[in-house]
Design a binder for this molecule. Structure first.
Ligand code: FMN
Length: 206
């Protein structure tokens, strides 16, 4: 359970947080109540012009140590990740005084995960994956709504479109930030160079 107030939400002495497994801690922090909508996270990539790009995507799941998000294969982020398969994620919980940052290498999700993620999407998001393209974006609102309603009526059980894709971010760095209304904020950072390495951890000012 995440505990209220300060601390990193694990059942250990504050000084022992450095020995916690960061994947377990990230899984705890990002756990959602049954039926709740997925968490939103900022996803930063390196643009093909070398400038950073950031946008928000849904955190689909954390599985086997990787954080997954899903998208359209025609989107800019997919071209950017093909050219530079590295990403940075940030999830804030301002009301709880928490922030999680992740840096990692990116791999395309496998077919089983892609299918599972599509199946777990809300009906709206399943339809959106089919109709969120340049052709529909250019149409007037009334036509877009007509096309949506027709597609909705004609597809009681939509399957993933060929443009459905997703990525696993394999973490090499986690940063857990905690605010403290009665004192200074604090971070704990975990780093490793490869998934075979041990995590190295340090406490940092907030
Ligand atoms: C609340 C919210 C949730 C979103 N979820 C996703 C998502 O899970 N996947 C996605 O590709 N885009 C999602 N988007 C849209 C992206 O922010 C972005 O506009 C789109 O993916 C195109 O990004 P790109 O051109 O940089 O690739 C979401 C936007 C918002 C505001």
């Amino acid at each position: 359970m995440i505990t209220a107030g300060t601390g990193f939400g694990v059942d250990c002495a504050p000084e022992d947080v450095l020995t916690v497994d960061p994947v377990t801690l990230a899984t705890m922090w990002t756990r959602r109540p049954e039926g709740a909508s997925p968490l939103l996270m900022a996803l930063a990539t390196t643009g093909t012009d070398g400038y950073p790009r950031v946008r928000h995507v849904l955190l689909t799941e954390i599985d086997d140590g990787a954080l997954y998000f899903h998208t359209d294969s025609r989107s800019d982020k997919v071209a950017e990740l093909a050219a530079s398969p590295r990403a940075c994620l940030s999830i804030p919980w301002p009301a709880d005084g928490r922030q999680l940052g992740v840096v990692g290498d990116v791999q395309t999700a496998d077919d089983t995960e892609l299918r599972r993620a599509y199946e777990a999407r809300s009906r709206y998001l399943k339809l959106l994956a089919w109709l969120n393209d340049a052709e529909h974006a250019a149409l007037p609102p009334a036509t877009r709504h007509e096309r949506w309603a027709a597609f909705d009526a004609g597809h009681p059980n939509p399957q993933p479109p060929s443009t459905w894709t997703g990525f696993a971010v394999i973490p090499r760095e986690f940063t857990f930030w905690r605010g403290d209304p009665d004192g200074p904020s604090q971070r704990v950072r975990f780093r490793r160079k490869t998934p075979r390495d041990e995590w190295m951890s340090q406490i940092l000012p907030g």
